[in-house]
Design a protein around this ligand. Structure first.
Ligand code: NAD
Ligand code: ZN
Length: 276
């Protein structure tokens, strides 16, 4: 084993220390990004195997001005929705560890940037989950705001409509997600910010922490006196300010944080780096 540099802990020691913080915390806020769902088969956008890393053009479907202005982008978006791995994905060990945290009674709020609904599918109380970037499971009309289940719109695409319009007003339909160029739902943002200010520990999981305003939550929490822990496979924008950075596979680290006794039986994740 290589010697531990002064001021740094080994991966195991860092995980044990953060597990202790979690144990003693009164109110934990968890902020999740696309990285928690990759083990469920849903690729992230900016990671090494990310959708945009592999195909930069795919990013256009996520920008509202391209979506509204370019019928070709909408047709591409409907095809992406049809094939989205989220329709068959199941929650993984990372999602389940967060449910175990909720059952311990200290999860204040789970703020997710994900649109896949896997946190709710894993068993969270839906009232504790704030989907700040919306959900892929509904469509919304950009003209009359009417919402409907995504499945019905996808049936129309399967039946041959390549860009199905709103049935009430003929307007443009889009998944009920927040695209770049669209504002977050003010109530959702307020709930997320209030939670960040009220917690004593914020755990940021599987996010590059570069999409604002949500990327500000760790800073808000820290300024209000909370500890901030980052769990991610790659460096994030908040690593330098975090109280601990656990770098490695989320599906290995989260279960060890929430249930250290159960995890002692398992082996430490390969390649985990840690600094506190
Ligand atoms: P991101 O794509 O910017 O970053 C994901 C991070 O997770 C990367 O740093 C990557 O290295 C890391 N990661 C991926 N798998 C990991 C694993 N198994 N273990 C450890 N680290 C892992 O994600 P983001 O910051 O959440 O921003 C992307 C935006 O796109 C979000 O706003 C979200 O709304 C949306 N998005 C959602 C989904 C989803 O719902 N599952 C999927 C893709 C994108
Ligand atoms: Zn409409």
């Amino acid at each position: 084993m290589s010697p531990t540099p002064p001021g740094r802990l080994t991966a195991d020691e860092a995980i044990a220390e953060v597990a202790g913080w979690l144990d003693r915390a009164r109110a934990v806020v968890v902020l999740t990004g696309a990285g928690i769902s990759t083990d469920s088969g849903i690729p992230d956008f900016r990671g090494p195997q990310g959708v945009w890393t592999r195909n930069p053009k795919a990013e256009r479907t996520s920008h509202i001005q391209h979506y509204v202005g370019e019928p070709e982008v909408r047709r591409m978006a409907w095809q992406q929705r049809l094939r989205h791995p989220g329709w068959t994905a199941r929650p993984n060990a990372g999602h389940l560890a967060l449910v175990a945290l909720e059952r311990r009674g200290t999860l204040h709020t789970l703020v997710t940037q994900n649109i896949d609904g896997l946190h709710q599918a894993a068993g969270h109380d839906p009232d504790r989950v704030v989907e700040v970037h919306g959900t892929m499971r509904e469509v919304v009309c950009l003209d009359c705001d009417e919402r409907a289940p995504m499945e019905r719109a996808l049936d129309r695409v399967r039946a041959g409509e390549d860009d199905p319009p709103c049935r009430s007003c003929g307007g443009i339909l889009k998944s009920a997600t927040v695209s770049f160029g669209q504002s977050l739902v003010p109530d959702d943002l307020r709930r997320a910010e209030r939670a960040a200010l009220a917690c004593d520990l914020l755990l940021a999981v599987g996010s590059t922490l570069t999409v604002y305003p949500i990327a500000d939550l760790p800073r808000l929490a820290k300024a209000a006196g909370a500890r901030v822990v980052v769990v991610n496979g790659e460096p994030t924008a908040f690593d330098d300010e975090a109280d601990a950075v656990l770098r490695g596979p989320i599906g290995d680290i989260l279960p060890r944080l929430v249930d250290p006794a159960g995890a002692e039986a398992g082996s430490p994740p390969a390649g985990t780096e840690a600094a506190t």
